[in-house]
Each structure stands twice: as structure tokens, then as C-alpha cells.
Ligand binder design. Structure first.
Ligand SMILES: Cc1ncc(COP(=O)(O)O)c(C=O)c1O
Length: 447
């Protein structure tokens, strides 16, 4: 058992055992959730460091607390690395996570009641881009844009909506979009109507950092990102202003700084900020570029196998780290059945809405599967083929069931009980365990 686990075990056996149980779960399952990854040990070390003890409200050189000389150095280093990696002149590394970062962007660019545009949540947008139950949809007038009939961003439709509604801000960034993000086109639309173009690269930040996906920096005014997805850092976020953003409003950095602190947050989590700095050092190494390239190759290999197995993919394939399987031809709302059956085998995916969704976001008709975490384990195309076949086999079993319109929770409980006995599921669980054993993670942690 490693040192930190021993310490924890002595102080709080209950929590220590639960952490070991979760470590075991991560080791024995295939994590295909596109927004998840395995933070490298140096990132975990910075997170669990003495930096968590320090209060540092304010910014480097202008803090409300004493004793921040070292903290200033750490935060400045994180900022400088982010500027270099993303080619931008200003970065704020203090947002606690992606949603607060996006809220800070509204606060610094819009007045309450202003019109904003983001991709409809049901078609791949994020809650914080104007969905009705998020503050972004409550405080601002949200005009969602949409996908075209083939599942690509509807550029012409968006331009038409923007001309009609004159938004103050347009988001170009997504949670479930599998193709290259149309930064250039959105930059042009925003310029035409005088809006801020904000690229949210939470999902693809690692791909952008490695040059595997085009950068938004020449086209957007502001870029936001989480740091815990393809970037493989801690659970945190950053807000960046581009050269184009500074040309539009030279006071943007100051406005964003104020919106983050004291507008929305108190003391920054400097242990997270140090972990961001570590992640940004690691992404500059050649090994990370290889990793990011492999993430996309793996997603393409997964897509190919699924198509060969007869599954319909939104847009027919992928340019990024994820595939979106459209199960709607097999009946409405079956994403949850596929997700539950796959989880019984140790394959962890996301149920997800699909374009033209006829069911609710809780019982959607698709599933989302991503390759960032399995690629971090060292898996390549051959394993993706194997995983694609597993997903196909298990989903086909799940699709034999019909989701009723009532008493769905109870039905799903019974469905899972039946599936646990199903030979295909039992055999797939064994295959998943074998595959996970061949590609171990966090061996240094013991446990
Ligand atoms: C595009 C996008 N933006 C923002 C976020 C929000 O991040 P967080 O969960 O850290 O608030 C997510 C999370 O999945 C996302 O996909």
C-alpha cells in the first residue's frame, strides 16, 4: 500500500476503503465517458499538496492575504504555460470548474436580459450555454441554434438566427459533437452581428493543445475550457482572451478577472492551479502529442467497428475523441437500456440524446462513447475493435427489450436483474476484466 493510503487508512478507514474501492472500479472497468480521463500521478500529487492550506484571494502581486510569494509564482507559472500552449495573451486560471468559468464570461460581457446563443442542449450543447434550468438560461435570453439533418452544426441556420436576434454572445463549443468545431465560421458570424464569439473547448482542449484539432484562438474573442477532460489535468477551468478579443475590448482581461473574483468566487484553489500548471507542462511533451493523435485514431477505429456491426452513428463517424451512437431506429429511449447493460459488463458509457430526439434527456435514444481514458491506459486500434464488438454485442441484447412509457424505474430494475443472468453479459464481463488487466492503471498506488 502506498504512503498516502496508509496515512488515510490510519486516520479514516471508512473513506480510505471507499477510495480503494473506487480505484479498483476504475482499474476493472473500461471508462468510455468522453469527458473523463485518468489524471497522471504528478497532477494528483499537486492536488493533494499543502497548497490546499493557503488563502490567496486576489491575483498575483495583489492579494488580500499575506504569505503569497510562493503562490504567486505558482499561479504565474500556470498562466504563462497556458498562454504558450493555447497561443493567447491573457489567461485566468482561477475558475473552480467549467460552469463557473462560463458564468464569469457572461458576467464580464453581457447585461442580464441580453440575448445569447448556444447549441441546443439536446443536440450536443452544454447546460451553461443557455439551457433553461441553468442560470445562463434564467438570466439571459437564450436563442439556441441547431444541427442540420445530418447531425452537423447548421452554419447557415445559425447565421440566420444571429442576424435576426443580434446576440451579445455566441458559444462555439459542445459536450456531444463529434466533428471539427466550426470556429472560423462562428468567428465570421459573430463579427457580422457584433457579438462576442466564445469557444468552449472543454472537451477537446487536449486535442487543441496537441495540434490535433484546429485552435479557436485566431477566430474567438474568448476561450474557456475545463482542465480535466482530454487535457488530463485537475477538475478546474481556465478563461482566455485572444488577440482578437483584446482588439474588440482591451478591458476584457480586467472584466474577466473581476467577474471571477470577487464576482463569482472567493479564494482560488491553488492546489488545483498548481495541478493545472503540471498538466500544461506534460501536454508540451512529445508523448502527449502522440497520446492526442491516438485518442482520435482510437475514436475512428471504434466508429468503424460500430458501423460494420450495423450501428448508426450521428454524422456517420468522428473527427474527435468520441462517437455518438443513434439507437432511435430500434425504438425510443433505448440509450438507458444499452448504458445499463454495458455497465453490468464493466463498460462505462453515457446515455445521450440524438438529433431529432423523440424521448426525454433522462431516457434518450443514444449513447456517447469516448476514447480519452482508454487511450491513457495505452489501448490502441486493436483494442478499440474489441471494445466496439463488445458494445455491439451487449447493445443488441439490450435492444431486444422495449422501454415502457410508465413505471420505467421499476422496469429498468427488472431489466438489470435479467441481464445479470444473460450469458452474453457474463462472457463480456470476463472479456472486459481481461482487457483491463492487460492495461493496468495507477500501479504505483498499490491498494
Ligand atoms: C462543453 C462543456 N463546457 C463546460 C462544461 C462544464 O464543466 P464542469 O462540469 O466542470 O462545470 C462541460 C462539462 O462537461 C462541457 O462539456
Amino acid at each position: 500500500m502506498s504512503y498516502w493510503l496508509k496515512e488515510l487508512m490510519e486516520a479514516d478507514e471508512e473513506i480510505a476503503k471507499l477510495i480503494i474501492k473506487e480505484l479498483q472500479r476504475q482499474r476493472e472497468t473500461l471508462d468510455l465517458i468522453p469527458s473523463e480521463n485518468f489524471a497522471p500521478l504528478p497532477v494528483l500529487s499537486a492536488l493533494g499538496s499543502v497548497l490546499t492550506n493557503k488563502y490567496s484571494e486576489g491575483y498575483p502581486g495583489r492579494r488580500y492575504y499575506g504569505g503569497n510569494e510562493v503562490i504567486d509564482e505558482i499561479e504565474k507559472l500556470a498562466i504563462e504555460r497556458a498562454k504558450k500552449v493555447f497561443g493567447v495573451p491573457y489567461v485566468n486560471v482561477q475558475p473552480y470548474s467549467g460552469t463557473p468559468a462560463n458564468l464569469a464570461v457572461y458576467v464580464s460581457t453581457c447585461k442580464v436580459g441580453d440575448t445569447i446563443m448556444g447549441l441546443d442542449l439536446r443536440e450536443g450543447g452544454h447546460l451553461s450555454h443557455g439551457w433553461e434550468v441553468s442560470l445562463s438560461g434564467i438570466l439571459y435570453k437564450s436563442v439556441p441554434y441547431h444541427l442540420d439533418k445530418d447531425g452537423f452544426i447548421d452554419i447557415d441556420g445559425t447565421r440566420k438566427l444571429a442576424r435576426e436576434h443580434k446576440p451579445k454572445l455566441i458559444w462555439c463549443g459542445y459536450s456531444a459533437y463529434v466533428r471539427t468545431f466550426p470556429f472560423k465560421e462562428f468567428g465570421e458570424i459573430a463579427d457580422e452581428v457584433g457579438a462576442y464569439m466564445v469557444a468552449d473547448i472543454a472537451h477537446i482542449a487536449g486535442l487543441v493543445a496537441a495540434g490535433v484539432h484546429p485552435s479557436p484562438s485566431p477566430y474567438a474573442h474568448i476561450v474557456t475550457t475545463t482542465t480535466h477532460k482530454t487535457l488530463r489535468g485537475p477538475r478546474a477551468a481556465m478563461i482566455m482572451v485572444t488577440d482578437k478579443g483584446l482588439q474588440k475590448d482591451e478591458d476584457l482581461p480586467e472584466k474577466i478577472d473581476k467577474a471571477v473574483f470577487p464576482g463569482l468566487q472567493g479564494g482560488p484553489h491553488e492546489n488545483n492551479i498548481a495541478a493545472i500548471a503540471v498538466a500544461l507542462k506534460l501536454v508540451q511533451e512529445p508523448a502527449f502529442r502522440e497520446y492526442a493523435e491516438q485518442v482520435v485514431k482510437n475514436a475512428r477505429a471504434l466508429a468503424k467497428t460500430l458501423v460494420e456491426e450495423g450501428f448508426k452513428l450521428v454524422t456517420g463517424g468522428t473527427d474527435t475523441h468520441m462517437v455518438l451512437i443513434d439507437l432511435s431506429d430500434h425504438g425510443v429511449g433505448k440509450g438507458i437500456l444499452a448504458q445499463e447493460a454495458l455497465e453490468l459488463c464493466g463498460v462505462i458509457v453515457n446515455k445521450n440524446t440524438v438529433p431529432g430526439e423523440r424521448s426525454s434527456p433522462f431516457y434518450p435514444s443514444g449513447i456517447r462513447a469516448g476514447t480519452p481514458a482508454v487511450t491513457s491506459r495505452g489501448m490502441k486500434e486493436k483494442e478499440m475493435e474489441e471494445i466496439g464488438e463488445l458494445i455491439a454485442e451487449v447493445s443488441k441484447e439490450a435492444l431486444k427489450f422495449e422501454l415502457p412509457s410508465k413505471n420505467r424505474q421499476e422496469y429498468i430494475r427488472e431489466f438489470k436483474a435479467k441481464m445479470r443472468e444473460n450469458n452474453v453479459i457474463v462472457e463480456c464481463r470476463r472479456k472486459v476484466k481481461d482487457l483491463c488487466e492487460k492495461f493496468p492503471i495507477y500501479e504505483e498506488l498499490g491498494g
